[in-house]
Design a protein around this ligand. Sequence first.
Ligand SMILES: Cc1cc2nc3c(=O)[nH]c(=O)nc-3n(C[C@H](O)[C@H](O)[C@H](O)COP(=O)(O)OP(=O)(O)OC[C@H]3O[C@@H](n4cnc5c(N)ncnc54)[C@H](O)[C@@H]3O)c2cc1C
Length: 392
Amino acid sequence: MDADVLIVGAGPAGSAAAMQLARNGHRVILVDRAKFPRDKPCGDYCDPGAVHAIEQLGCLPDALAAGAVAIPGMRIVAQDGTELSPSFPNGRGLLLPRVRLDYVLLQRAASAGAEIVDGFRVNEVAAGADGVEIRDSRDRRLKASLLIAADGMRSVTARRLGLYSEVTSGRFTVGAYFEVPDTMARGELHLGPGLYCGVARFGRGRANVCMALPRERLKGRSPEQAFSDALPSLPVLADDLAGARRISAFRSSGPVGFRTSRAASNRVLLAGDAAMQIDPMTGQGICFALRSGILAAETAANGLTTQNLSRQGLGAYARRRAVEFGRKVTVARMLQSLALRPAVTPSLVRRLVARPELASQLLGVTGDVLAPNSVLHPHYLWDLFVGHAPRA
Ligand SMILES: Cc1cc2nc3c(=O)[nH]c(=O)nc-3n(C[C@H](O)[C@H](O)[C@H](O)COP(=O)(O)OP(=O)(O)OC[C@H]3O[C@@H](n4cnc5c(N)ncnc54)[C@H](O)[C@@H]3O)c2cc1C
């Protein structure tokens, strides 16, 4: 065996798992097809739950040293221009380009003792009675007792093991970095008709602008054209960006949406987007990736100690995931179905403006610092959908 645990993918899920396992004395190899530091299409927003996980992993000082800026809440703009800026009920968010965040986490995994093999693109995976083997395109092979697949939303590892399910309908994203006139750090979500755009204003005149569009809006167009054509549907953002200068190429990805795979199999655990993708609208993917990496590491450590790496032996992982993520996904799906409808969203946003405590509660749930039950509660839902309408 080359290691106790092989981890494929050095995003937040893989690095978090590697850090935890290496710190507990397990031999870990973390492989990634990329050479680090590497970029990744993302809105660059860590919600307060993600910040808490980063802190738990002991990486917060490094993230701040790498330039992360704290934000106290989010600005949300509805289709008719109504806007609100609720604060997180506790904690704070962070904005940090992924090229830096993921490198911070990877370096921490390495200093914890994980062996890093970058430039290793996994092509084949075989899980047998005596271990798991991965192979890359140059026929390099690595073998371990357990595999954690953390290779992202198109996970080759999960596909090879027959554990993958496709996103059937989902939006495509186009985004780029811009030089913007203002300097205040702020996170924003602009809601349009069937589309949305997240903006991470890092301060110092830089912003990441990342739009999610229906597939048809990209057909026959370059990402730049699709972005420019869609921008007028978000008039407040279009005004804000007037005169802004683009300072990077457009990156696009997709489809993005909701997807779940079976997260445990014999000698295999899936973590992060490889196991479950959440639509990026609520900005929870990094939090889920970090937390699922930590849960996978705990399950792996237990399985290695008890020498039970069977699907049943690793079954606690799926149960813990269901408890931790299940209802959060329900809330995210609910918001997704309400937030992009010009006939519905503005009146809900007006109600949230009139009842700031409801807005803050909702942001606490989507920020992963309040239990989903606080908004999946009949009283909350009554107040939001039925309660006294705000005066015009
Ligand atoms: C456009 C967009 C915007 C988003 N915005 C936000 C946001 O603002 N906030 C938020 O919380 N979430 C956001 N998300 C979601 C978030 O990016 C993901 O949930 C998160 O990155 C998942 O982390 P991960 O570690 O599972 O996978 P990733 O971060 O995708 O890492 C996977 C790693 O696996 C490697 N890999 C892939 N295939 C192979 C292979 N065959 N062999 C070896 N290595 C491989 C890749 O190189 C990569 O380094 C966004 C997603 C998208 C698409």
